[in-house]
Design a protein. Structure first.
Length: 504
């Protein structure tokens, strides 16, 4: 009962984030890392083992991380198991890997972590990993910071910290690191949730001096829940508050639990005025698991993406930033068996990948992370990022790195064209209305200036637009006062971003 009351207390009065942009100043490098559109990839099977991707550490009969550590401790002892894990983590990304990532304009990596990896095992008490947290995993967090966060920083790549494995599991799958018997036990354990809240606060505090942290994901693939989804919303709110006590700016990533609009509405209902929660909603796009998708031929799946990938959002998702934290080019064998699709498989894989990238670029401003980067044996085919890049199925949605930026004359030309069109349309629509068209111009100018500053850093593109826009709008209101025509500033801001990118 005490834990339940404590959790409820921690989840009340949601804390807004500090503004994504500093009033009156161009974006800092840290703010660009936090708000640019990401072309990213998952570093799967490193800190949360998955046998089908890397089987190197798995003893016979082991199926998940817990099985592995138990087996290695039995055969090698605590020190031997720790050394095996530390070598595995440290060697996972080589110098060649970092060079490849940078050369292919990967801006961010999503690194799945288990609760057992964090802070020297300080958050494993009462869990299945308690025996190993302070021994086998004693240095996991140190290795993560040195070999992933710092190496990424050296290559001007950001890191999305993904708490992939939660005590008891956030879903019924075994990629939580421990077998949970098909149950998502995390949601029914207030004690586990309170432990994780303390862990998230530690992570936020410990990483806040790194400039290249893109965000902190508090759960991966939360179990689907009908509304009002009280367990998930209570945990999300408590986690946001716990993190904000230590870091007011870090983007906080939540899972959409396979229902994007449910959580879009939750974010919208918990944001007031121009105070953003600083939350990004993570959606995963897979078309190889459900029975419905297995009944479709690949061309049908590709066509259907238009209407089923991040669609039907309340108020078009206004005020909410999205990302696609996992996607691949994999379709089920049953789909490939339909309509002789296997004969055109190579081209259909390219078409499928390209269509996903196109729609994600339009609909998920924070960007995407392909599942996954590398495999131990050969390549993972349509699960394999490097292979799909090589095929042309996955490619950077819009590269402006190294390109000449538009000068003032181009800015003046673009602004004049859209401004005149805006005025003409609305003045004709209602000639008696006293519009404030200058606000449109100011919004456009602000967006163009920010987009230009982002572009100067390796061709970065402003992606976490809703949080950024709310910060700049609040700045505008403080300078110019509020108005029922603030929508003109917002339209101008959107136009400024679009016209800047349309230059290239």
């Amino acid at each position: 009962m005490f834990d339940k009351l404590k959790l409820k207390s921690k989840s009340s009065n949601l804390t807004a984030a500090s503004p994504a942009a500093t009033p009156g100043k161009p974006p800092s490098k840290k703010q660009i890392y936090q708000s640019r559109k990401n072309f990213g990839v998952n570093i799967g099977a490193c800190f949360v083992l998955e046998k089908w991707i890397f089987h190197e550490l798995f003893p016979d009969g082991a199926e998940c991380e817990l099985d592995v550590v138990e087996g290695l401790v039995k055969s090698k002892g605590n020190d031997g198991a720790r050394e095996a894990f530390e070598k595995y983590w440290s060697d996972f990304l080589t110098d060649d890997d970092w060079k490849w990532l940078k050369d292919n304009e990967v801006t961010s990596i999503r690194v799945p972590l288990g609760y057992w990896d964090i802070g020297g095992g300080n958050y494993t008490k009462g869990t299945k990993f308690e025996k190993y947290g302070s021994t086998v995993y004693a240095n996991a967090w140190k290795v993560f910071k040195e070999k992933f966060v710092e190496r990424a920083r050296d290559n001007e790549i950001s890191v999305l910290v993904d708490i992939h494995g939660l005590p008891g599991g956030a879903n019924g799958s075994d990629h939580s690191g421990e077998k949970s018997g098909g149950e998502a036990k995390f949601w029914s354990s207030q004690d586990a949730q309170l432990t994780v809240l303390n862990m998230l606060a530690f992570i936020a505090d410990d990483l806040k001096n790194y400039e290249n942290i893109a965000g902190l994901q508090i759960v991966n693939e939360a179990e689907f829940a009908d509304e009002p989804a009280k367990k998930q919303s209570t945990y999300y709110a408590a986690a946001i508050n716990s993190i904000r006590e230590k870091d007011s700016s870090i983007p906080i990533v939540i899972s959409d639990g396979w229902w994007a609009d449910q959580w879009a509405r939750w974010v919208q209902s918990n944001q007031s005025g121009n105070k953003s929660l600083g939350v990004v909603i993570d959606h995963h796009c897979y078309r190889c698991f459900s029975d419905d998708d297995k009944k479709k031929a690949p061309p049908k799946i590709i066509d259907d993406l238009q209407n089923d990938l991040l669609t039907n959002l309340t108020d078009n998702g206004k005020g909410v930033d999205f990302m696609v934290g996992e996607y691949s080019c994999v379709l089920d064998g049953a789909s490939w068996d339909r309509d002789n699709a296997n004969r055109k498989r190579d081209q259909l894989v390219i078409d499928y990948g390209n269509r996903q990238v196109e729609l994600i670029n339009e609909r998920a401003g924070f960007g995407s992370y392909f599942w996954t980067y590398k495999f131990q044996s050969g390549n993972g085919g349509e699960w394999d990022f490097k292979t799909m890049i090589g095929k042309g199925a996955i490619k950077h949605p819009k590269s402006i790195k190294g390109k000449e930026l538009p000068d003032k004359s181009k800015f003046d030309e673009k602004l004049n064209n859209v401004f005149e069109a805006h005025k003409k349309y609305w003045d004709n629509e209602n000639p008696k209305e006293k519009y404030e068209h200058d606000r449109y111009k100011e919004g456009f100018t602000t967006a163009w200036a920010d987009a230009s500053e982002f572009a100067k850093f390796n061709g970065s593109v402003l992606g976490r637009k809703e949080a950024w826009k709310s910060a700049r709008l609040e700045e505008h209101i403080k300078a110019r006062g509020s108005s029922r025509h603030l929508w003109e500033w917002e339209q101008g801001f959107d136009a400024g971003l679009n016209e800047f990118l349309n230059f290239f």
